[in-house]
Design a protein around this ligand. Structure first.
Ligand SMILES: Nc1ncnc2c1ncn2[C@@H]1O[C@H](COP(=O)(O)OP(=O)(O)OP(=O)(O)O)[C@@H](O)[C@H]1O
Length: 242
């Protein structure tokens, strides 16, 4: 099966030391993969590379068989929650419709089909009842669902989420991951998380990133392994893969 995401010897630095060092990763269609690692381990940087927002210093990135900046219209992205300011007047429906811009273009306004897709994804993420609410009035969990609806509105083949459940309580975290599990039957999902133990119940594989990358199949992560991986992950600020 051909990979939907393929990274070959990808190296990157902003201006100082390497943030990503010879990363190799192939993600196949409909895979549900978790990306974990310590703070500053390079997780957001790796996602930005797959979205075509950053270019590797060396190595090759391919998404859906093409350069990432060309395939990004088929990729839905849910940004890291605290980085997103919502102190401007915009409704839930308008936010979700923004997800159609890359598909339909900005000129001539939204078509009926755009509104239908927006409606469908709002129902799927259970925010349809909130469609006329202002974004700034939502709870953290509701906002996260709206951002997921916005990412789904482009009818993506790949969905990337950067810590979708940071600052959200456990019950809602479970609901969001149940939804991701459902979605994973029809798209590839790449989710950044700090919680290896929790996501192991959902994802098929965990990619552990701390400048270099090591993959662990979920089947290999149980009992003691979860604990040791979890502890290793917590301690990994000073830890380097060999
Ligand atoms: N725009 C930037 N300019 C310079 N350095 C940056 C920039 N963005 C990130 N970095 C640095 O690159 C390293 C990796 O950051 P990145 O955000 O990818 O890590 P992360 O694993 O997503 O971290 P976290 O779990 O804290 O979100 C960090 O040392 C960070 O300070």
């Amino acid at each position: 099966m051909t990979a939907v995401v393929s990274l070959e010897d990808v190296t990157f630095s902003y201006s100082g030391p390497k943030v990503l060092d010879r990363i190799n990763l192939e993600i196949s269609e409909h895979e549900f993969i978790g990306l974990v690692g310590p703070n500053a381990g390079g997780k957001s940087t790796l996602l930005k590379m797959m979205l075509g927002l950053l270019k590797p210093l060396a190595g090759k990135v391919r998404v859906l068989g093409d350069k990432p900046e060309r395939s990004c219209t088929q990729v839905g992205y849910v940004p890291q929650y605290p980085l997103f300011s919502r102190e401007f007047p915009i409704t839930v429906e308008q936010t979700v419709l923004m997800g159609r811009l890359g598909v339909s273009g900005m000129f001539g306004g939204y078509r009926r089909s755009d509104r239908e897709v927006a409606r469908r994804v709002m129902l799927e993420t259970e925010v349809a009842d909130l469609s006329s609410r202002q974004l700034c009035t939502l709870s953290g969990g509701q906002l996260q669902r709206v951002l997921m609806a916005r990412a789904l509105a482009c009818e993506p083949r790949i969905l990337m989420l950067d810590e979708p459940t940071a600052n959200i309580d456990m019950r809602i975290e479970t609901e969001i991951f149940d939804l991701l599990k459902k979605l994973s039957s029809r798209m590839t999902i790449i989710v950044v998380s700090h919680d290896v133990g929790f996501i192991s119940g959902y994802v098929g594989r965990v990619a552990c990133l701390n400048r270099t990358l090591v993959c662990h199949p979920t089947a290999a992560i149980d009992g003691d392994t979860i604990r040791s991986l979890y502890e290793a992950d917590v301690k990994m600020v000073e830890h380097h893969h060999h």
